[in-house]
Design a protein around this ligand. Structure first.
Ligand code: GLA
Ligand code: GLA
Length: 674
């Protein structure tokens, strides 16, 4: 439980009363009560208000705000305000300003804009976190500490360049080792002095921006940049912990956010929190997958939904309204995947600057007679009724999908074999195959203990980090089923090819050898042809993008290519290894192929769907004290029905007892306690 002071799903969100007068604030408090709102995230962008100059700190307004929220029953998620530096700081200490990838020094403006290696930023961000923690350490309103806001971006300034060299020295010790790791003998890029190393930007190795000339330096820069920002976060984290060791400290993440290695960040976060902004056209499976990734960051620990919009965004090209019921449906979807809070950006809609057209609980009209407010209040009432019943419940998946940030960076900075390869899309295709059948799946890292799983899928495991191949082998030898795909096992953690035949370290376990990789044009297709019926798979299916030309070395051929000069060569294989099996999918087949393949494999392993339900109905499960909670989420606009079979259940939301054939309205939700 995040806090015993508020033993229910926290309900609230970002609140910026510094943009308003007192009367409005009083009116807000009245409406928060009507909506069942019990937490406000405050002080996110108030650094300039808190610190008007180098030596003055004004927290009086914050004292009053926290007190007045608390007195009216609203707890606080207290941000440290370092997501945007004050203008005076930029003028006086230009080192806080970033330099972009084209080498342009920025001026004051925007947010999330501080150089992570700026001595000034580090000094003052740590200091304000320290002052806030000292001041509010005993305030009963504060339940969660929110460091900065949505860390991201990059910087190519001289401070970053110097810090990069220090980071590299720590990592490689000698230039010899660095030259080897980066394969600098290529194009004569050998370094003889650490100071010869410059950041890989559009002025240097990433000239042209589509790919990098040197994967090694570019990969290390991505790692370094993620670490640099993590170090800023850690400074503030430690400053808070110094005063409040028992505090719950987080920063709001962004799902599949490429720049930061969230698995690494998660180690320094007491709880994961994230901001979820699906658009009208985002498939529910993508939102589900992002939530599962956030749950996976801390091995299944419940996380916070820190932000979602009650109605619309402002920053998408076309900012559709969330249709009636969709906000509630998406909120419960997030809870279904592991959230223990439901929070919004924002509680009141601002009148100026770029977020004035961003949805809010309280709209510009200012009163509660709006569709959005009514929907927010209905959900608030439901969450009050549900109370603590779902808190700390866990998903209990038997299948896992491996996700890895270094792999993501390496794949997508690669020159060749195709520009069409998108790592997250590939992950999603396999995720969707589980999701479409309502089979529970965890998103895991290469460091996760795999022993709890029966099936591990690692799409496009291009980079195999030290020890991971052995870990997978042990998993399969002990009876696990493993599946990987084309373009896997190619390089080590430095993006150096493992010679002796692809898929390198995975070759023995997979019982295959890949000789060549064909890249297809977007409208060029091949076929995957089943040798025999395999589950529901039979006949032929379309495939494209990349086709590995492979030979078996003990693996059995399940399907072959149907076209081109490699017609008849294996396209899908299975290898018995120890007590387990390892599958290889050598190309990118159409979704229905993957759906049937995963159905066959999960069925063979005895991994059951949570419930069989009609298309568009998601069923996810959380478990607590031996009780299962099945979240039935109807993403269709129409009423549908499903069969509970032998199950008898109580719907936590309506209180109804359900059995037999159950109907569910379009966009409605049921939480079945079984
Ligand atoms: C040119 C260059 C070679 C090599 C090839 C790759 O011909 O001279 O060094 O880069 O392109 O296609
Ligand atoms: C992010 C930020 C918020 C706000 C919202 C708008 O999540 O953290 O400050 O800008 O986007 O969607």
């Amino acid at each position: 439980m995040i806090s015993t002071k508020l033993p229910k799903m926290f309900y609230g969100g970002d609140y910026n009363p510094e943009q308003w007068d007192q009367a409005t604030h009083q009116e807000d408090l009245r409406m928060f009560k009507l909506a069942g709102i019990d937490i406000a995230t405050i002080n996110v962008f108030s650094w300039a208000k808190n610190q008007p100059d180098e030596i003055t700190y004004n927290f009086g307004w914050l004292d009053e705000l926290i007190d007045s929220l608390y007195e009216s029953g609203v707890y606080v998620c207290l941000a440290t305000s370092t997501g945007a530096h004050p203008a005076w700081m930029a003028t006086k200490y230009p080192d806080v300003l970033r330099v972009d990838k084209d080498g342009r020094k920025r001026k004051f403006g925007g947010r999330h804009n501080s150089c992570p290696n700026s001595p000034t930023y580090r000094l003052y961000s740590e200091r304000i976190a320290d002052k806030l923690a000292e001041r509010y350490k005993d305030h009963p309103a504060v339940l969660v500490w929110h460091v900065s806001n949505e860390y991201g971006g990059d910087c190519y300034c001289d401070n970053c360049e110097r810090a990069f060299r220090v980071w590299l020295k720590e990592k490689y010790q000698t230039l010899d080792q660095l030259n080897r790791a980066w394969n600098t003998a290529f194009w004569g890029h050998t370094f003889y002095d650490w100071d010869e190393i410059v950041l890989p930007s559009n002025l240097s190795e990433e000239w042209g921006d589509r790919y990098t000339n040197f994967q090694g330096i570019s990969l290390d820069y991505s790692r370094f940049n993620s670490d640099s920002m993590l170090n800023c976060y850690k400074l503030e984290y430690n400053a808070i912990k110094k005063h409040v060791p028992e505090s719950v400290v987080t920063t709001n993440l962004m799902g599949f956010f490429k720049q930061l290695d969230y698995f690494k960040w998660a180690k320094y976060m007491d709880i994961i929190s994230w901001d979820s902004y699906p658009s009208l056209t985002t498939p529910p499976s993508e939102t589900a997958m992002a939530n599962d990734l956030m749950r996976g960051l801390k091995d299944g620990m419940p996380f916070m939904l820190m932000e979602q919009t009650p109605s619309q965004q402002n920053w998408q090209p076309y900012n559709s309204l969330k249709r009636p019921g969709v906000m509630r449906l998406q909120s419960y979807q997030t809870v279904a995947h592991g959230a223990d809070t439901v929070m919004f950006f924002q509680l009141r809609r601002s009148i100026g600057a770029c977020e004035k057209y961003h949805g809010a609980v309280i709209e510009h009209v200012g009163h509660e007679n709006t569709r959005v407010f009514r929907e927010v209040a209905q959900l608030g009432e439901e969450l009050q009724r549900i109370g603590d019943r779902l808190l700390d419940s866990r998903a209990d998946a038997k299948a896992a999908i491996v996700f890895d940030w270094d792999n993501w960076w390496a794949i997508e900075k690669s020159s060749g074999p195709t520009i069409a390869l998108n790592y997250v899309q590939q992950i999603h295709k396999y995720y969707a195959a589980f999701y479409n059948r309502n089979v529970q799946v965890d998103m895991v890292s290469v460091d996760t203990d795999l022993s709890a799983y029966d099936l591990v899928v690692a799409p496009v495991l291009y980079m195999v980090k030290p020890g991971f191949a052995e870990k997978l082998e042990a998993f399969v030898e002990n009876g696990g089923t493993f599946l990987t795909t084309f373009f896997s096992g190619i390089v080590n953690e430095n993006d150096l090819v493992t010679v002796g035949g692809y898929p390198g370290e995975l070759r023995k376990m997979l019982g295959i050898w890949v000789e060549e990789i064909d890249a297809l044009f977007p409208d060029q297709k091949n076929k995957v042809v089943l040798k025999d019926k395999f589950g529901k798979l039979q006949g032929s299916y379309e495939c494209g993008m990349l086709c590995d030309l492979l030979h078996t070395e003990g693996a059995e051929v399940i399907a072959e290519y149907g076209e081109d000069f490699y017609k008849g060569m294996p396209a899908v294989t299975r290898h018995t290894f120890g007590k387990g099996e390892a599958y290889y999918v050598a190309t990118d087949p159409e979704q229905c192929f993957l759906d049937e393949l995963i159905e066959k494999i999960t069925t063979d392993k005895g991994i059951q769907p949570n419930l069989s339900a009609p298309s568009g109905v998601e069923v996810s499960r959380r478990v607590k004290d031996g009780i299962s909670y099945l979240f039935v989420l109807n993403h269709n606009t129409e009423i549908v029905s499903y069969d509970l079979g032998q199950l008898e259940a109580e719907d936590l939301i309506s209180g109804h007892q359900l059995s037999g054939t159950v109907s569910i309205e379009g966009r409605d939700v049921q939480i079945l306690e079984v």
